[in-house]
Design a binder for this molecule. Structure first.
Ligand code: PLP
Length: 449
């Protein structure tokens, strides 16, 4: 590796970072992470912190997962790559398809289409949704519905269903025919409703209204995160997702759950669909499928999709990626799934999630900068920062950066996204490590006050 002077000199200069302006990368150089183990990361200056971000919501099993490393290494020795395009397959991906169909059977999903990551999984599900309706003789069903504040990756289809202008406006015009429903976001919503159950009802009514306005026969699918993640951890009232499913079913609209974050245990349930007791037609997964050890994703498919595509000679899937079903990714995913089940990570995610959520609520009592704390379902927690609790004026970027930096110097990496401070650590986090994150945040808020 080059020495730290070289790294610092070139940091932020020669690479454009995602979700960052090139100028910001030069003015505020990114932290250079050079090592990681357990749930901790170490920077180029040797500063070690607990990773409160879990990579990017994906490193559920931490950075020292030996079975995954061994599986990748063994797969590299036997078959580093072969494609799964028409005519070829590989043993690792066949075994993975088997394991995933068992794992997602309670969600009613028993086929897999493999991708290279979350945006690919979203794009795949949108494309297959349109094809599904064409195959069934309803080619006019082309539109998509989604939630405001939802995040669905950055491909053109995914960006079109995204519900946040930050990921949309610079790239418009996006895909036509995408319509956004208010999110069940209790802290801020167009109805000024603070009761989660009543708010869910209002959002559902907005969904019904939009479907009637568009004409149900023009809509292909509704895509939504079971708990909105990047938009600031927004868990809906438990009545919401089952009602969305009922509305979609009643109107012949496919339901896609975007579980790039929520699948594989993060919510304290094995999937977001299982958390809410729904059975989507498709589920987009990625991230923790390989825990950051390899870029990989899978779209899981339900019975309606299976019945429509299988056995139909016209159902050729004109879609896929060079790395769909990559054997090294498949080997990594097999090992991750085995570890995820062996460690029963949902239990720890639920227990540590409650600890972090309650710890953040205690911080809210102490620090006026905290407007709202959201979570309560596994290890997905957000703190929404404000400069004034009464007016709910969002915090300025400079103050948020102070909180983040002081927390980092005090022992925890946390992520700031707009006014939200987001916590999504590994699901193997210990009680002591969760406390380290809370103490570091306390220091950050104290300094920023
Ligand atoms: N969908 C959701 C819900 C996500 O949170 C993300 C990424 O954070 C994506 C899609 C896009 O995944 P990727 O960044 O792997 O393309």
């Amino acid at each position: 590796m080059k020495d730290s002077n070289f790294l610092k000199e070139h940091n932020g200069r020669l690479m454009w970072h995602p979700m960052t302006s090139p100028k910001d990368s030069i003015d505020q150089p990114p932290k250079i992470i050079t090592e990681a183990d357990g749930v901790s990361i170490v920077d180029v200056d040797g500063h070690r912190v607990v990773d409160g971000v879990g990579g990017l919501w994906n490193v559920n099993l931490g950075y020292s997962c030996e079975p995954v490393k061994k599986a990748i290494s063994a797969q590299l020795d036997t078959l580093p790559y072969y494609s799964t395009f028409r005519g070829t397959s590989n043993d690792a991906v066949i075994e993975l398809s088997y394991e995933l169909s068992e794992f997602f059977a309670p969600d009613g999903l028993s086929r897999a289409f493999f991708t290279s990551g979350g945006s690919d999984s979203v794009e795949t599900s949108l494309r297959l949704a349109r094809q599904y309706h064409k195959l069934r003789g309803e080619p006019g069903r082309t539109k998509f519905l989604s939630l405001k504040k939802g995040y669905h990756g950055t491909h053109f289809g995914g960006a079109s269903v995204n519900g946040n202008a930050n990921f949309r406006s610079a790239y418009e015009p996006l895909m036509p025919g995408c319509f956004h429903i208010p999110a069940p976001y209790t802290y801020r919503n167009p109805f000024n409703e603070t009761d989660p159950e009543k708010l869910a009802q209002l959002c559902l009514q907005a969904l019904e209204d939009e479907i009637a306005f568009q004409d149900a026969g023009t809509i292909a699918a509704m895509i939504m995160e079971p708990i909105l993640g990047a938009g600031g951890v927004i868990p809906p009232h438990p009545s919401f997702a089952p009602a969305v499913q009922e509305i979609c079913n009643r109107n012949g609209i496919l339901l896609i759950t975007d579980e790039v974050i929520t699948a594989y245990g993060r919510t304290g349930a094995w999937s977001g669909a299982r958390l809410w007791g729904i059975q989507p037609d498709m589920m987009a997964t990625a991230k923790a499928i390989t825990n950051g050890y390899f870029p990989f994703g899978a779209v899981m498919l339900g019975q309606r999709m299976i019945d429509t595509f299988e056995g139909n000679p016209n159902a050729k899937i004109g879609h896929g990626y060079t790395y769909s079903g990559h054997p090294v990714g498949a080997a990594a995913a097999l090992a991750c799934l085995a570890e995820t089940k062996r460690l029963n990570v949902v239990e720890n995610a639920a227990a540590r999630g409650t600890q972090l959520f309650e710890g953040c609520q205690a911080l809210q009592k102490k620090h006026g900068i905290i407007g709202d704390v959201r979570g309560g379902y596994g290890l997905m927690t957000a703190i929404e920062m404000v400069s004034d609790r009464t007016t709910k004026k969002p915090i300025d970027a400079g103050t948020a950066a102070v909180v983040q930096e002081v927390a980092y110097q005090s022992g925890a990496m946390v992520r700031v996204s707009g006014p939200n401070l987001i916590l999504s650590p590994a699901l193997i986090l210990s009680e002591a490590e969760a406390n380290t994150i809370l103490q570091a945040l306390d220091a950050g808020f104290t300094q920023a006050a």
